[in-house]
Design a binder for this molecule. Structure first.
Ligand code: GLA
Ligand code: ZN
Length: 666
């Protein structure tokens, strides 16, 4: 597939006469693919069973004449008003029992049987019509599944599906009662029919019920996707199906959704309406999302929507600085994107997203943004081609789990304790040192990594505990944090002293802990004092050595961070939330202990990434700051392309390559 760059295109928003101009301009830039039609239901089926596919045929034909292929979306994120009028129950119900009405998008209940029939009719006809078209190379089902559905849907159809899911999981009601701990507050059930989704209650919901609800809800969305993917694959074999995901969003367990896809895609918007952070900070957030997406299938991926200008609905983001859009797109490439599709071609004159700006402004006249993206496409297409399918090589990994995240969302302990912020504190420290890091599920093969960070292993099973132990025995360096081994997979607390099933491996017990409400704690490591927040596990070592101890409160002198050697490896336990300076210190120690490599030392805000290509290894230096930056580059790195100016200009990107096929990280 000779496709490096593309754009999201909505021809139905523009007069037919403009399409030719658009296609010619796209071709001139280097655009080789468009995604279309993911919100075009009404335009393609204005009344039941009457399909008006001709205009889309025409758009595909015009684009193809300019060497541009098409990905088509199924439109189930926006059922038209005539469907809603016919079957109003399709409109979803929130926790409080209120309907969410037509007028925006995502106004659909994904379990509703009448809705499924509308989708079946549409997708069957759509696939039969467009499947044979050689210029339609693949599909996207729905759009950003999970977006806006976090609190949807609690309707009777979803309640019934939840009960079915529970029946399949628990078989009999006694088992469910036991595993949900329904003896508390008289919550016992005599049959599955009595069970409700966790609708608005007078007081807090059973945490085991809530965890199952979140899992069920994710499974429902994955099944909703599969319902459509089966139809598409049957009607049009040989075409790929991908999905545009949203990085750290969690309504859908993306590991599960990824199983139904040939490859995953990401929607990458570094600057959103509400974003006020400094540019250099955006680099690390963007990198984390890309690494997470790459980890879903441990494969290279696509960007299906890459920010091209100001984002905004009601409010707007700042304008990306000259060079910044190109920098972000190359960051996506450096971290594993095979193709980058920009959102969107042209800013729309009407509708909710009037201010979500495209490559072209409202006027349709090419300007600075167009020229920047054109230069990017023209200069870098050969580079993207050399990297296709290649991966960054990481010796460090962070375990990311939807189950752990859900459980922490249900009971955050401290209002500021966010699952993502806890693992990101470690990720950011590794990022600052340019340590390539994979984000992986707990079912991945750990043995590939020298350093494994497993934050908030709150829910634990004997199998997973054994897997961690084998990893350490085999020579790995493993890091656990506070709130590890607290519960079983049903969200029920363990009777064993913490960290429960992992106490022996960690060589310690946590008999007491402190939730740092309205206060912080101090931790002494050697001569240095660090301030930590959120949580303090008071560690009693039983085989582990103390690395750092608290220096404040009634537990001054009690260990806060420990390390135990075990087999050929070691396991660290960090009993508190790490601040940036403590995370940096810890990472220095962890890299030494594990031997996991970093690419290069760079000034703050300059990111170094390494990705294997087909004919060598490529190194990227990405300057996320508004200042020129000097970096000392190894002599073996040969500049790729025209030049690699030093200092690297503001928002500039230097690319180098070496001949080795296997990236060496030192
Ligand atoms: C998301 C969606 C797009 C569009 C953009 C801008 O990424 O996938 O349809 O709505 O955001 O809001
Ligand atoms: Zn529903």
């Amino acid at each position: 597939m000779n496709i490096q760059f593309g754009v999201d295109y909505y021809p139905e928003h523009w007069p037919r006469e403009r399409w030719e101009t658009d296609a010619a301009m796209m071709e001139e830039m280097g655009i080789r693919v468009v995604r279309m039609a993911e919100f075009s239901w009404f335009k393609l089926e204005p009344e039941k069973g009457r399909f008006t596919f001709e205009w889309l045929d025409e758009a595909i034909r015009i684009l193809a004449a300019h060497g541009i292929e098409t990905i088509l979306g199924t439109p189930s994120a926006a059922p038209p008003a005539w469907i809603i009028r016919q079957d109003p129950d399709i409109q979803p119900v929130d926790r409080e029992g209120r309907r969410r009405h037509f007028g925006g998008r995502h106004h659909d209940c994904q379990s509703n049987p009448a809705y499924r029939e509308h989708i079946r009719r549409y997708v069957t006809a759509f696939a039969a019509h467009f499947g044979p078209n050689p210029h339609v190379i693949g599909w996207q089902i729905d759009n950003e599944l999970g977006n806006s559905h976090a609190e949807l849907c609690f309707c009777e159809s979803c309640a019934e599906r939840f009960r079915e899911w529970l029946r399949a999981k628990y078989s009999d009601i006694e088992t469910l009662n036991r595993r949900w701990g329904t003896d508390f507050w008289s919550q016992g059930y005599t049959c599955f029919e009595e069970i409700q989704p966790p609708r608005l209650t007078a007081t807090g919901v059973n945490p085991s019920q809530m965890l199952d609800w979140k899992r069920f809800h994710s499974d429902l969305i994955v099944e909703f996707h599969r319902f459509q993917s089966r139809i598409l694959h049957a009607a049009a074999p040989g075409k790929f199906i991908t999905h545009n995901m949203m990085g750290l969003a969690d309504t859908v367990n993306y590991y599960d959704l990824a199983e139904d896809l040939e490859f995953v895609s990401q929607d990458q918007y570094p600057v959103m309406q509400k974003t006020t952070e400094l540019p250099r900070y955006l680099g690390s957030r963007g990198a984390a999302a890309l690494d997470l997406i790459r980890g879903l299938k441990q494969q290279s991926f696509w960007i299906m929507e890459q920010q091209s200008s100001i984002s905004g609905w009601g409010e707007m983001s700042r304008m990306p600085r000259p060079g910044e859009v190109k920098l972000w797109a190359l960051q996506s490439v450096a971290r594993g994107a095979d193709t980058v599709v920009f959102f969107r071609w042209r800013s729309c004159l009407f509708g909710t997203e009037q201010y979500w700006h495209g490559i072209l402004p409202h006027s349709g006249r090419p300007g600075r943004t167009w020229a920047e993206i054109r230069d990017l496409m023209q200069q870098y297409a050969p580079l993207v081609e050399s990297l296709r399918g290649g991966m960054p090589v990481s010796e460090a990994a962070i375990v990311y789990s939807y189950d752990q995240k859900y459980a922490m969302q249900i009971q955050p302990h401290h209002p500021d304790l966010k699952y993502d912020e806890i693992w990101l504190a470690y990720y950011m420290a590794l990022y600052r040192k340019n340590v390539p890091t994979d984000i992986i599920p707990d079912r991945a093969d750990f043995s590939r990594y020298k350093l494994l960070i497993a934050p908030l292993q709150y829910l634990m099973t004997p199998e997973l505990a054994r897997k961690y132990e084998e990893y350490v025995q085999g020579g790995g360096t493993l890091v656990f944090t506070m709130r590890t081994g607290v519960k079983d997979r049903d969200n029920i607390c363990t009777e064993e002293p913490l960290p429960g099933l992992l106490a022996e491996l960690c060589g310690l017990h946590v008999y007491e802990y402190d939730c740092l409400r309205g206060m912080s704690a101090e931790v002494r490591w050697g001569e240095d004092i660090y301030t930590t927040e959120l949580w303090a596990d008071l560690i009693t070592p039983e085989g582990a050595e103390t690395v750092a101890a608290y220096a404040s409160e009634y537990y001054a002198g009690v260990p806060a961070i420990t390390c135990r050697r075990c087999g050929k490896g070691r396991v660290y336990y960090v009993g508190t939330a790490v601040s940036a300076d403590l995370a940096d210190r810890l990472c220095t120690e962890l890299l030494e202990a594990s031997g996991a490599g970093s690419i290069l030392d760079t000034p703050e805000g300059v990111e170094a990434v390494c990705r294997q290509g087909r004919d060598g290894t490529y190194y990227f230096l990405l300057n996320h700051t508004e200042r020129p930056q000097n970096v000392e580059v190894p002599a073996s790195w040969k500049p790729w392309g025209e030049h690699a100016p030093m200092p690297i200009p503001p928002f500039g990107v230097n690319v180098y390559r070496t001949d080795d096929l296997f990236a060496k990280i030192t």
